[in-house]
Design a protein around this ligand. Structure first.
Ligand code: GAL
Length: 705
């Protein structure tokens, strides 16, 4: 039977004709096809297509029907188990892992590998009623209840012990299973507890960090509003309008506590699993509930859950989230969850357009994803997320999107060998600092100033020219980059300052933008004014910042524009420091004819500070100026409107992925002959309809070797 170009096994064809009679006998398809089961992980694909599958929600007699359909769509892995604790341990110490073993074997017989999600995000009802102290205390002081998920207290030692025992059972049972390729710890770390357990740990954490109350009181300037502490136990948890040092400390504590929460599970997993099984956790793009660099440090691979929610894919914003995730461990990552068309939790759960889910999958790969996995395969017949997009419907047969996903799966299989071992190589980095963004968000000063938006605006302008951008933390070795842009790097620690200074002194080109260098390691004011420890290297500084309620003209080497939101009055103190842009005249008066952007050459390198908000053409010109100054000359210039280029390479060859996110058909003339990986043949130009994707390959050009 054909459903949108796909041949389905007979039992499923019957299921499609007679919804409600969807059960295929286990193994029926395999017996018919005569192919022996083989360890799904024995020939891992370079690109994995996957889905979240919840075998515990379905009768076992249904499993093979699901897996048949998955296999037909070229799905090569399932993630299972991340909310299945009540099935894995129905009562304390009574572990039931056989069903999971059988689910893995069933997947294996369909050449589908398995990632196990540890179930700690959804403790069973017996556990939280027997040990109510494992429930989290909400900010209003009330205890979370059963009935949802993430009701646990991430800081509670007892909860951790119970989790450890559970995960240990799984690790021992499946740690050497040939079909288990990896582990996802928990699911989307997010919820905190504000009760006495977390508070005491926070106070101990502060004690360890600051050593003495005198030190803490000085560094937080607690003389202000009589906040001086004379005992560690007096220090509260603050998340909103607290002392800036206290706010930042709480966030650091939260990040460290997620790290130790995760380490508890790593201790159960690492000694009991094969090193070939990766360990990850699914993060959430720009979610800033914790510092993802801190948490990712102990993992083998980064992964994230990539949801559009309302509207269509914004390739720039979404691309920045991919590049952010790739920067956590500075290597390829997985998209562990993504939406099959639409979600259920957004204000308007519109569907992505026909073709957009496939384009989005290739967009993921272009940014360095080696796997794309749909959440979820099929909706639980009852449960909070009944309306969410899926690949098969409540009757157990494919929804319209299934064939598009199957096409993507076919293409992944075809393009896998070309992409194997490749990654994104960038000459440009954007710095991302959770601490800076928190610091600004606690004290925005202009409520419309969004530090992520500021970062993404530079990212978009530079990416359009450079085609590859890394997003990394300010404390990593930057020597591989010709150009480093630090948008709104508000908080600069001494260590980060030393890193940036040595980067410039060794020939790097650093561009700081608005609000950079205002805060020190304790979220207190830098006494040099902005950009703090970089003032002397810059040979200039910020004399005053202004939140704008009107527009301010700015003009200079990057053209003219009416700037808004924020303006910083700059000055130069070193004769080598040049003014690039100046503000025009306005009723505000303070900024009239004053420097808005300045730069200084330092040996072979340079440091630039931009105090005005740039957008549109001015921002584009600034980006192209930065590229020229830094000597970044991509082989390929700008692309037709709406078309994006992503390049992955290894020592041998380059793979170019071109996607047309625009509304009209575009032709791209290529700089040399390319092999068309998906369509076959060789070509010197490619024509792309809206949402079309081209995957092209060529040997690495001599000049780039
Ligand atoms: C994710 C979560 C999944 C599911 C999904 C729905 O954030 O990890 O379990 O709830 O959202 O979009």
């Amino acid at each position: 039977m054909k459903i949108s170009g796909l041949t389905l096994p007979l039992c499923l064809a019957i299921a499609g004709l007679f919804p409600g009679h969807a059960n295929c006998a286990p193994g029926a398809r395999l017996a018919a096809a005569g192919s022996p089961p083989a360890a799904a992980a024995s020939s891992p694909p370079a690109l994995y297509l996957g889905t979240a599958w919840y075998p515990e929600q379905w009768p076992e007699s249904r499993w093979n029907a699901d897996l048949d359909l998955m296999e037909a769509a070229h799905i090569r892995f399932v993630r299972i188990g991340e909310f299945a604790w009540s099935r894995l341990e129905p009562s304390e110490g009574d572990y039931h892992l056989d069903w999971m073993y059988r689910a893995i074997r069933a997947a294996e017989s369909h050449h589908i590998a398995v990632v196990i999600g540890t179930p700690s995000a959804a403790p069973p009802a017996w556990l939280t009623s027997k040990y109510p102290e494992t429930l989290r205390v909400k900010q209003d002081g009330r205890l979370a209840e059963h009935g949802n998920r993430q009701q646990f207290n991430w800081a509670d030692p007892l909860y951790r012990r119970l989790v450890f025992q559970m995960v240990l059972q799984e690790a021992k049972r499946f740690g050497h299973d040939p079909d288990v390729i990896g582990w996802q710890i928990d699911n989307e770390y997010a919820t905190l507890s504000y009760g006495p357990i977390a508070k005491a740990q926070f106070q101990n954490w502060l004690h360890a960090r600051y050593q003495t109350l005198d030190n803490l009181n000085t560094r937080w300037t607690t003389a202000y509003w009589s906040q001086t502490y004379t005992s560690w136990t007096q220090i509260p948890i603050e998340t909103n309008y607290g002392n800036p040092g206290l706010l930042l400390s709480w966030k650091r504590f939260v990040s460290d506590t997620w790290r130790s929460y995760q380490a508890n599970q790593l201790r159960a997993l690492r000694p009991n699993i094969d090193p070939r099984q990766f360990i990850t956790t699914n993060m959430m793009g720009f979610f800033d509930g914790y510092d993802a660099y801190t948490v990712a440090r102990d993992l083998d691979m980064a992964s994230w859950d990539d949801y559009v929610g309302t509207g269509q894919l914004n390739p720039v914003v979404n691309g920045a989230e991919h590049d952010l995730t790739r920067g956590f461990l500075r290597k390829n990552f997985w998209v562990m969850e993504t939406q099959p068309g639409f979600v259920n939790w957004s204000p308007d759960n519109n569907s992505l357009d026909k073709g957009e889910v496939r384009a989005m999958a290739w967009h993921d790969v272009g940014h360095g994803a080696d796997a794309v996995s749909y959440w979820q395969w099929r909706s639980a017949l009852n449960g909070q997320e009944e309306y969410h997009g899926t690949l098969i419907g409540a009757d157990g047969t494919p929804v319209p999107l299934y064939s598009e996903v199957a096409q993507t799966g076919r293409e992944f299989a075809k393009a896998g060998p070309a992409l194997a071992g490749t990654t994104v190589h960038s000459q440009v980095a954007i710095l991302h600092s959770y601490e800076s963004y928190w610091a600004i968000n606690w004290q925005r000063h202009n409520k419309a100033f969004n530090p992520i938006a500021a970062m993404v605006s530079y990212y978009g302008a530079i990416r359009a020219l450079a085609h590859s951008v890394d997003i990394v933390s300010p404390d990593v070795d930057l020597s591989q980059y010709k150009l480093v842009i630090a948008p709104a790097l508000n908080l600069i620690t001494d260590r980060e300052a030393a890193n940036l200074i040595s980067y410039v002194r060794n020939g790097g080109h650093l561009v700081l933008t608005q609000r950079s260098g205002m805060k020190n390691v304790d979220n207190g004011l830098q006494t040099e004014r902005q950009p703090g420890p970089l003032v002397s290297l810059l040979g200039g500084r910020v004399e005053q910042y202004y939140a704008l309620d009107t527009t301010i003209p700015v003009s200079g080497v990057w053209g003219n524009e009416n700037s808004h939101l924020w303006a910083e009055l700059l000055s130069t103190s070193n004769p080598q420091t040049r003014v690039l842009m100046r503000y025009g005249k306005t009723p505000l008066g303070w900024l009239d004819n004053q420097p808005a952007a300045i730069t200084r050459k330092v040996g072979q390198g340079s440091i630039t500070y931009i105090g005005a908000e740039l957008e549109g053409e001015t921002l584009d010109k600034a980006a192209s100026w930065m590229m020229t100054e830094a000597g970044v000359h991509p082989e390929f210039g700008s692309l037709p409107a709406g078309v994006d280029l992503y390049i992955r390479s290894d020592a041998r060859h380059e793979v170019w992925i071109l996607i047309n996110f625009g509304q009209s058909t575009q032709t791209v003339n290529l700089p040399s002959d390319f092999k068309n990986v998906l369509a076959g043949g060789s070509q010197h130009s490619v024509t792309l309809k809206p949402l079309a994707v081209a995957v092209l390959q060529r040997p690495v050009p001599q000049a780039a070797r």
